[in-house]
Design a protein around this ligand. Structure first.
Ligand code: HEC
Length: 143
């Protein structure tokens, strides 16, 4: 009986192995470029921006954003909530992805220095090259 249960479990696992792989392996860190924005099993599924409309470099930025920023700057997340309060009534969107006033320089300053409860990010976490992609992504609407 035990064997039967084990074999059944193994078969169920094998049948779904591919879909399990889409989620983050437990206890393992995943490189920024392994993230898949806008797929149902990815944390980046919350990105409101259609990756198809982005340049190659902006798309890389979206992946980095999905890994490092989305957990706080997604819908209903602490960064979004804090900015909603800070900019209440000023017409500035709380979602960073919707902002039209973020330049790559501004993004880089906030990322390297942090702001209030937002942590700063080290070059071992987000490299200078990755930061450029991130700036390209968040700065794409800059007027
Ligand atoms: C741990 C949560 C957290 C993470 C992760 C995080 N942020 Fe933030 N961020 C915040 C909070 C909270 C604020 C608002 C701080 C305040 O003004 O009180 C903020 C503010 C900002 C602002 C300033 C906007 C403004 O107009 O004041 C920018 C830009 C920003 N974040 C970019 C980023 C980027 C890019 C990343 C990813 C590399 C990131 N954040 C990751 C929590 C986070």
């Amino acid at each position: 009986m035990k064997k039967l249960i084990l074999v059944t479990l193994a078969l169920v696992y094998l049948a779904h192995a591919d879909s399990f792989k889409e989620w983050l392996p437990k206890g393992k860190s995943v490189g920024a470029f392994e993230y898949m924005p806008n797929t149902p099993h990815s944390p980046a599924a919350f990105s409101s921006v259609d990756a198809k409309k982005l340049t190659k470099s902006q798309r890389k930025g979206q992946q980095i954003y999905s890994k490092w920023c989305q957990p706080c700057h997604g819908v209903g997340m602490p960064g979004t909530n804090a900015l909603a309060v800070a900019y209440q009534g000023l017409g500035i969107p709380a979602m960073l992805e919707e902002r039209t006033d973020l330049t790559p320089d501004l993004v880089s300053t906030f990322v390297r220095y942090g702001k209030h409860s937002m942590p700063f990010f080290r070059k071992t976490e987000i490299s200078d090259e990755e930061l450029k992609f991130l700036g390209d992504y968040l700065g794409r609407n800059a007027k």
